[in-house]
Design a protein around this ligand. Structure first.
Ligand code: AMP
Length: 281
């Protein structure tokens, strides 16, 4: 069954109001489209955990700090709708920009603390864009549950904080990262990798896994991370923007070597910025 594609906020709310009045739990899966098995795992979790499921597809201009990245972002709406068929969801919400940011829109939702470093530092304004659009999508869909991937671990923490702080009444559910067979975390941006870069891309996750094992074995964190950075650069990544061990949830620096923790990385490869994170311990 093909779910209806809804493009206007009013049409969406005509549906969701009825569902809420009937006491049904609405689950939302916010995405920017170019759906892959990572996204689809969130849809499966939403089906399991909610009475009604809405997948949103909106390439949110406010969360792109690089106009080229926004321009190049893959858009595959028909293919996306086809991939969603087997889940028998209730609606695909594909708002035009005017449904999210109508003329005169002048509000920014900004989370501090957990949003400040790592991605927040490397991509100024990114999490403000995420927090603003997520707030809009939560209120427009009237969802009570929202499903996000651990692939974007910091984003998951930011959205959890946001929902709690603003009493949005949405339970944020985190779902594990889905990977290709060679360990590369699935991402819409992987479509932009050249053949040559695609072969090298899994080296990021390999270096992280090795580093995590050594940290768990008690080797000094700084030495292990320095060697992992060198490995990633040797695999022809252009840079290692960060590779850091952080505490779970709060993402504060781990100074006392306390585990379990999270290892997070961002590294561009042939112009495509890859991010990944894994549990340590
Ligand atoms: P995006 O379309 O990149 O904005 O991602 C939409 C949602 O899918 C976010 O909650 C992501 O964390 C999640 N997601 C993206 N890639 C993966 C993956 N490989 N495994 C699990 N979730 C993912």
């Amino acid at each position: 069954m093909r779910a209806p594609i809804i493009r206007s906020k009013s049409e969406l709310q005509n549906l969701t109001r009825g569902w809420r009045q009937a006491g049904e739990v609405i689950g939302v899966v916010p995405t920017m489209g170019a759906l892959h098995d990572g996204h689809l795992s969130l849809v499966a979790a939403a089906k399991e955990g909610s009475d009604r499921v809405i997948v949103t597809i909106f390439v949110n201009p406010k969360q792109f700090n690089d106009p080229k990245d926004l321009e190049n972002y893959p858009r595959t709406e028909n293919e996306d709708a086809r991939k969603l068929e087997r889940f028998e969801i209730d609606a695909i919400y594909v708002p035009g920009p005017d449904q999210i940011y109508p003329e005169g829109f002048d509000t920014t939702v900004s989370v501090s603390g957990v949003a400040d470093e790592l991605e927040g530092e490397k991509r100024p304004g990114h999490f403000d864009g995420v927090a603003t659009v997520v707030t809009k999508l939560f209120t427009q869909t009237m969802a009570e549950k929202a499903f996000f991937g651990e692939k974007d671990y910091q984003q998951l923490q930011v959205v959890t904080q946001l929902s709690r702080d603003l009493d949005l009444g949405v339970e944020v559910v985190g779902c594990p990262t889905i990977r290709e067979e060679d360990g590369l975390a699935m991402s819409s941006r992987n479509l932009l990798l050249s053949d040559r870069a695609r072969v090298r891309a899994p080296r990021l996750n390999e270096a992280m896994e090795r580093a995590a094992e050594r940290i768990v074995a008690g080797e000094p964190v700084e030495t292990v991370l320095a060697e992992a950075r060198a490995e990633i650069l040797a695999a022809e990544f252009n840079d290692v923007e960060y590779l850091e061990l952080r505490s779970i949830g709060t993402l504060k620096p781990v100074t006392d070597g306390k585990l379990p923790a999270r290892l997070l990385a961002a590294a561009p490869l042939a112009g495509v910025r890859l991010i990944d994170n894994i549990a340590v311990g």
